[in-house]
Design a protein around this ligand. Sequence first.
Ligand code: NDP
Ligand code: 2IT
Length: 443
Amino acid sequence: MSYTAKVLERAIKNNPNEPEFHQAVTEILTTLAPYADSRPQYEKAGILERLVEPERVIMFRVPWVDDNGMTRVNKGYRVQFSSVIGPYKGGLRFHPSVSLSIIKFLGFEQIFKNSLTGQPIGGGKGGSDFDPKGKSDREVMAFCQSFMTELCRHIGADTDVPAGDIGVGAREIGFLYGQYRRLANTVGGVLTGKGLSYGGSLVRTEATGYGLVYLMDEMLRRHNKTFEGKTVVISGSGNVAIYAAQKAGELGAKVVALSDSGGYIYDAEGIDLDAVKEIKEVNRARIGQYTNYRPNAVYTKGSGIWNIKCDIALPCATQNELSESDAEALVKNGCIAVGEGANMPSTLEATEVFLRNKVLFAPGKAANAGGVATSALEMSQNSMRMAWPFEEVDRKLKEIMVNIYNNIDEAAKEAGQEDNFVVGANIAGFKKVAEAMLAQGVV
Ligand code: NDP
Ligand code: 2IT
């Protein structure tokens, strides 16, 4: 049995009941196989065995009191996966579906994503099964303060730097940061995605969506195509989806659909983003309300967004939201490019469909790296006690995304698999991490 196959078999056996983690490890190890199996130094140094085992897993109780005076308890997690190239870095997810498996898959992906940014950041992820939906601001604050009361012992600007993810935005980061500052008696870059009035970076809010479109734009151009005049379907209607839609629109595309976990909206004339921002960012309401703003738009309950005909699809909601049959529907309708704004939105089977049909496919760890890359720019600004202007951060973000494209393109070509950006991203991300591990010995 090959080295990668052995490690994969063991990782699955040793981590039962973690389907999302198995999926992420399978995706990485099967695509890395030709590269890693032909380099015996990796097996001798146990590089892959060490990579699939987090450096540290922290699980904790999060008790808090709701508005009725009742005590509630949630699970808290922080998985510190790899600090070999920098402090653990990755978001916090608050969603009822959160489990150890989901946090481990996200933390594992984050190692390679963060390596691809070219910045000195390791991989980590955390979160809770707490659901911020329908909670009052006071309840969210009480939860965040309790969560941070435990988390604060494990993080630090040079140790582990959490940020946002699903269900964790500006409001939650504010409450988390306030409690950290109080407990640790320290200010600075311990969290990213902070408000602009207390050390946040311009462009961080927009960064993941903008970065996704910058990377897709570069990929399209290198294939003699552009966003101009293209019809785009984007799933989700949260932070990533909104700013991907904004940038795609700026580049001349027409975004016709967005969704949330309840259903999707279709607006043939192009989505009115001001309406979406008011619904989601101001009112924290459901996307179905869009038809109150644009009566000609159609709201459909359930999944099914991938049946809408489009040139470019940008899944920006959650893992495994795009199945094999969804991928087949997109291909049948003439979709030429897919960029993953979310983490692992396409199932393994869906990814195969895209690759087999020569759809330009950008995997999440490359395509959505602009968020964490801008978080690293926030860390740099915090260390220097400076704040760069919007244009400067935006220019750096664009440069980083173009560099990522160049690196994954080159790695795919070197592997003899031109235009397979799954292989390209996995090899390019892995290479730097493996080199750092070899240099630092068995730790
Ligand atoms: P938000 O919480 O802002 O928005 C999430 C969106 O996805 C909402 O529209 C939500 O709908 C939908 N969604 C979430 N869970 C599900 C589900 N189980 N089924 C269907 N729809 C769902 O999160 P973000 O926009 O920040 O994150 C979106 C994706 O992007 C995630 O995969 C995240 O890991 C990834 N990502 C985020 C980055 C960032 O900087 N924020 C960086 C890189 C990747 P509803 O409101 O109904 O729950
Ligand atoms: O998945 C991700 O890369 C994020 N949620 C952003 C992490 C970060 O540290 O900015």
